[in-house]
Design a binder for this molecule. Sequence first.
Ligand SMILES: N[C@@H](CCC(=O)N[C@@H](CS)C(=O)NCC(=O)O)C(=O)O
Length: 212
Amino acid sequence: MTNSPELTVLGRSNSSNVQKVMWLLDEIGQACVRVDVGGQYGGNKAADYLAKNPNGVVPTLIHGDAVVWESNAILRYLANRFHAVGLYPTDPVDRSWVDRWMDWQLSSLGPANRTLFQRIVRTPPEQRRQDAIDEARDQNAELFGLLDGYLDRSAYLGGTSFSIADIAVGPLAYRWLTLPVQRPRLRNVERWYALLCKREAFVKHVIEIGLS
Ligand SMILES: N[C@@H](CCC(=O)N[C@@H](CS)C(=O)NCC(=O)O)C(=O)O
């Protein structure tokens, strides 16, 4: 048996998309080297980075000859590569539940969540606009309300067990439940989130990093 090549994650630790990758690597017991790129560290628009990831965003995963970008594609790559079948089921229907929530995170929740985060955390207090924050809060409340309805009949996003769909949505749930905004009571989301909080890798790579 040959040793797997070293895993390198390019991306700053306070990026929710980098956090997903670090969380999964911890869950599957794979060590990696993480290099700070993006945000205050820059480097993501440099030619050598763009040669790896032409989008100029983080994360990028390097694993031997494989260079993978798009955080959810990285989650799928790692789950497949390291045979984490429990985290990414092979049954087509079961897998479709994991995939659809990951796609939902990318296409629906992600943009709304980023807008809210940026309007509060990445905007100096004197420039914050309450109407803009309220608008983004309402969008997030609607989306998490939809998730709450689903979680009324499902323990996790992919069904009865934890999967990479929970990893894709978890960091955004942390932001939603931690940002200083008024939220509707969503008991199923809270119950599911409490399960995530029991996972050491979530605490380490998401909660302990905080909002920055
Ligand atoms: N869809 C991409 C989005 C990546 C993305 O927008 N990353 C942000 C950080 S969360 C970024 O690189 N921002 C620029 C920066 O950090 O300088 C993915 O999931 O990987």
